[in-house]
Design a protein around this ligand. Structure first.
Ligand code: ZN
Length: 87
């Protein structure tokens, strides 16, 4: 499982790999801020930290034809985060 954390202070995105049931809610950013989990990749069940983006895989598998807010925004999100659609 890959988890993404966004620093609330500087906005940096941190990618971390943890076991599915064993991950921290936040990780420490080099700026001294706390990075909060925003996304889990590979999850089957939604994590509702971000209501409109439960997880990249769930969105792609179950709601492939539906945008998040808009499809363009979703693609932009994937691109910005160097993510590729799963499956
Ligand atoms: Zn930071």
């Amino acid at each position: 499982m890959i988890y993404e954390y966004e620093c609330k202070k500087c906005g940096t995105i941190h990618e971390r790999v943890f076991k599915m049931s064993d991950f921290p809610k936040t990780v420490k950013c080099e700026c001294g801020g706390q990075a909060k989990k925003i996304l889990s990749i590979g999850a089957i069940h939604a994590d509702t930290d971000v209501p409109w983006l439960p997880s990249a895989s769930e969105v792609l598998v179950k709601h492939h034809e539906k945008p998040l807010t808009t499809r363009t925004e979703y693609r932009q999100y994937l691109k910005e985060n160097h993510l590729a659609p799963i499956g």
